[in-house]
Structure formats: structure tokens, C-alpha cells
Design a protein around this ligand. Sequence first.
Ligand code: SAM
Ligand code: SF4
Length: 337
Amino acid sequence: MAKLPKLIDPFDRSIDYLRVSVTDRCDFRCVYCMSENMTFLPKKQLLSLEELDRICSIFIKQGITKLRITGGEPLVRRGIIDFFKSISRHLDSGDLKELTLTTNGSQLEKFAPRLAECGVKRINVSLDTLDPNKFSQITRWGRLSQVLKGIEAAQKSGIRIKINTVALKNTNEDELLSLTNWCASNDMDLTFIEVMPMGDIGNEKRLDQYWSLEELQQRLSQKYKIVNLDEKTGGPARYIKLIDLNLKVGLITPLSHNFCESCNRVRLSCTGQLHQCLGQEDEADLRNVLRQNPIEDEPVIKAIKNAIALKPKGHDFDYSRKSIFGGISRHMSHTGG
Ligand code: SAM
Ligand code: SF4
């Protein structure tokens, strides 16, 4: 494929990582992500799988080398495996270096072997607790055993798993050591995430959910010898190693540390809005330009370039004044976490 000039933002950051939300729907209703009675978008507002394929391919032409498929729950979108199969042609050509996804794991048992066939080598599975009752409380609709079977199936298919755990005050604080031990003994990486102020979540209160990862790390250090790793992925995570367990742990700390200066990514929502920053309301509508130009790619290429030229420096999330500042009205499931 003929390559176009790379995408560089106004702060000289090279954008080579695209996250794509393929649906806002989900088979879970996690308390920090959605309210129980979510209203989902009319299906015609979503990009079709063909449109998603086209726009991802244009991004790849413009230098995106890592593509993460997310949602909502990406594996509940009908036809999603055909989409992965089609996109995997860019892995075969070498234009794409990594095709991956973030999932709640509920459908992994069914899909893991086919994802592996499509060239998926690593998957992030979101899991906040190993206690079945707590799991039902957090996800409202999920079953832990189903997710554990999914993880096992993925590992059997040769896919490496990273567990993503949202640190939740009074909810999974007491599982810190069991989660780290479980990941270490099952050869999985682990990343903790601070809860972010995104979307209306009904009666759940953000500040009650927020557990700072600084405090989490302090607790880990009471039990394990910790070294800071120098690893930089251009992403929000910084990494530490728990020497005793030989476990690498990622810490995503949008609230207690700002992570924006090395940001290399943008996000495409399921409706074709390009979000240059997860923590800002700015967006560029790519769906319209895509639909108005069903054959000609040039206007879409230009629209992407223009959108990257508006990427802001960073987010403004802040809980430090004991109230929520910089919150975002859209849900993570719409933009893609
Ligand atoms: N359904 C898939 C899943 O749960 O992995 C993919 C989409 S989900 C929106 C992506 C990630 O965002 C998950 O790891 C989830 O825990 C995280 N997430 C959702 N809402 C969040 C919030 N308000 N703050 C921090 N993380 C959040
Ligand atoms: Fe669904 Fe993922 Fe949001 Fe949970 S975090 S409700 S699994 S989209």
C-alpha cells in the first residue's frame, strides 16, 4: 500500500496508535462505566463494518501501526470476526504491526481461536475482582466463571493476556494481593486504572469509587520489593515490577499523574467521531466525510490530517479539590477505552 505522510500533532507527537470503538453496546453494565438503564444509539448512527474497515485502512495508510478494537463490548458486534479477518490483511502486508482488542472476556471462549487465526497476539481483559459475588455487583450482568473460561481459551490459543483492573475504593481494595498473585501465577500482566469521570452512571458516585493508585502502590510496597521500570509505550501507563512475583504492573493514573506529554494515540468512536483526546470534548466528524465520499479517499485523508492538527495538549481531569473537575459527558463505551 502506498504510504502517506505520517500524522504529527501540533506538539510534535507522532500519532501511530488508533483505538476504535466498534459498538456502544455491551452485555455488562459495569457500575463505573454505565448506568443500569443505558440508552444505546440507533444502529444507523454506527459505522458499518465496511465503513470501519475503510477508515481503519486509511489511517494505516497514514502511518497507524497499532490498532486496538474496543467498545462497548467489541465481541458482541455481529460480524466482528469477519472484520478482524479483513483487517488482518494489513498485518500480512506488514503495514500494521499490531492488531489487538480490549474485551470484558464474556465471549472469548467462543472467539479466541478465531482471533488468534486473525493474527491477534495479545488481548486486554478487564477484570476487577476474583470474587464471583463482587463480580456480579460490579458488572451487574456478568458472570465471573464465563470470563475465566474465556481467558483460559485465549491462553490455549497462544494469546497473551493483560488484565485491566479499575481500582475501586471499598470494592477491590482487599483483593490487591490476590489479584497480583493470580496474575503472576497465570503468567499474565496486570494494569490498574484510576476511575475517570466519564459519562452519567446513574446513582453511582465517582468520588466514592476513586482509589488513588499512589495509595495502591504504597500498599504493594509494604508487601513486595518494587522497582520502577523505564518502559515507555507512548501511553498513559507507567510500569513497576514486583520483584518477588516477577510481575510487571502498569499504573494508569490520569488523576494522580498527568500522562499526556508522550501521548501517541487517537480514538474513533462507534459513530465515526475522532476524539483527539480521551479527556476533552473536542471531536471531528469523520462519518459525514466518509459517507459523502464513498469512493474517493482524499477528502477523508484530509479530514484526518486536519483533526490531528487540533489534538489538544492534554486532559483536565482533577479530583484534588474534593469535587470532580474536567469530567466528560460521553461514556467510555462510546469513545472506546
Ligand atoms: N467492554 C470492554 C472492556 O470492558 O474491556 C472494552 C470497553 S471498556 C469501556 C474499556 C476499559 O475502560 C475497561 O478496562 C474498563 O474497565 C475501562 N473503563 C470504563 N469506564 C471507565 C471509567 N469511568 N474510568 C476508568 N476506566 C473505565
Ligand atoms: Fe461494558 Fe466494558 Fe463498560 Fe463494563 S467497562 S460496561 S464491560 S463497556
